[in-house]
Ligand binder design. Structure first.
Ligand code: FES
Ligand SMILES: [Fe+2]
Length: 397
């Protein structure tokens, strides 16, 4: 985030604190409960968002060197992401061209030969079929026609994007708009992968996204966990095409009031949370970024899971307050903080969201209400509705 923007955001947070105000969408919105329970809607979302729209699967540092790989089944099909010998990010359907077995079963690692467990056909990190055992017995194989099926893959601003469709195409710069240069400023390519976990929940995937869309709930749901370090019901909010950025307010913002603005940094004052359409939260913590990717279980509207990955980042640690002197100590502290934060997501946010799903199924009401202090929910729901050519939710002033 550029310095001038950081100062604007920090001043905005201070002004909200001083005046006891928050961002204001100008009115409320009613969101039909069927948005979370409708099977036909879930089917469209799965096709349009998770099959047809480019998906952020990781950070560049998930593939630190040639031969690095990770696998994913988040998009409903086996996918192998690699860095080839030229250092280029590649993605493939992780499917052997002999009899269709999944080739690579490890979650992540480094290999230069991906050997199918069934008959040991082997593929390079660039997807080329390079080994067919006993070819004289099997019969000759035109290797050039039996490479792994490539998927469109783009690396930009330290982020890795994939389309689940081999013939898909996308313009990531166009989709990110002004958010692209801002993400570049974080220098995510300097992060380091530390830890990952998955939470499966009986709720619609959008209820998981909704928990990240406001801080109105901090004083109640997080009163013993996050509220001691973050001011609830105080944030700055900006949109970038289909994406948005919330900056939550750290209580340590008060330490900046007596410091010259050159010494201000947004990580000392706040917690920037980027929502990247349709399903990713990228949270810029003091120790490093945390990526939360939320997925429905296919077209099932009642089940979802979140893949949470935590990275350390020395530059972000150095910018934050207080600065730890021991790199090792700060890395451990950062990991502790990230795991604590992730456990809050599971035990509090997702607990409440799963409870909302039960409420949605109960027939108690036809809609849920989004307040004027919850603009991210307004934007997110109307954005996704627009993407599905559904009528917009009205702002009720
Ligand atoms: S299915 Fe992969 S080698 Fe036979
Ligand atoms: Fe929360």
């Amino acid at each position: 985030m550029k310095k001038a923007e950081q100062i604007r955001v920090i001043k905005g947070l201070m002004a909200h604190l001083d005046a006891d105000t928050n961002v204001d969408a100008g009115g409320q919105m009613r969101n039909p409960v069927e948005s979370y329970t409708c099977a036909e809607r879930a089917q469209r979302e799965w096709q349009e968002f998770f099959q047809g729209y480019p998906q952020l699967l990781g950070l560049s540092v998930d593939l630190p060197e040639p031969g690095s790989f990770f696998t994913s089944e988040d998009l409903g099909k086996p996918i192998l992401c690699t860095r080839d010998k030229e250092g280029q990010f590649r993605a493939f359907l992780n499917v052997c061209r002999h009899r269709g077995t999944v080739v690579e079963h490890e979650r992540r690692g480094k290999k230069h030969l991906f050997s199918c467990p069934f008959h040991a056909w082997g593929y390079s990190a660039g997807g080329e079929l390079i080994a067919v055992p006993k070819e004289a017995h099997f019969g000759q194989v035109d290797k050039s026609c039996h490479n792994l099926v490539a998927l469109p893959a783009v690396e930009r601003h330290g982020l890795l994007w994939v389309s689940a469709q081999p013939d898909g195409h996308f313009d990531i710069d166009d989709l990110l708009g002004e958010l692209g240069p801002e993400l570049a400023e974080w220098q995510l390519q300097d992060a380091e992968h530390k830890w990952e976990t998955t939470y499966s929940t009986e709720m619609n995937w959008k209820l998981a996204i909704d928990t990240f869309g406001e801080t109105y709930h901090f004083g109640a749901l997080h009163k013993d966990t996050l509220a001691p370090v973050l001011y609830g019901n105080c944030q700055m909010y900006d949109t970038y095409n289909r994406n948005h950025r919330m900056v939550l307010c750290n209580r340590s913002i008060d330490l900046l009031r007596d410091l010259p603005q050159q010494q201000w940094h947004v990580l000392k004052a706040g917690l920037p949370v980027y929502y990247i359409f349709p399903n990713v939260q990228l949270i810029m913590g003091q120790g490093g970024p945390t990526m939360v990717r939320v997925y429905p279980r296919g077209a099932n509207p009642h089940r979802s899971y979140s893949a949470i990955t935590f990275y350390t980042h020395n530059g972000m640690q150095a910018a934050a307050w207080p600065v730890d002197t021991s790199e090792q100590t700060s890395g451990v502290q950062a990991l502790d903080r990230a795991q604590g934060f992730a456990s809050v997501i599971e035990a509090e946010d997702y607990w409440a969201a799963a409870s909302s799903h039960k409420g949605a199924l109960s027939g108690a009401q036809e809609y849920v209400l989004f307040g004027r202090n919850e603009p991210a929910l307004h934007h997110y729901h109307n954005t996704y509705r627009q993407a599905l050519q559904l009528p917009q939710l009205a702002l009720e002033t």
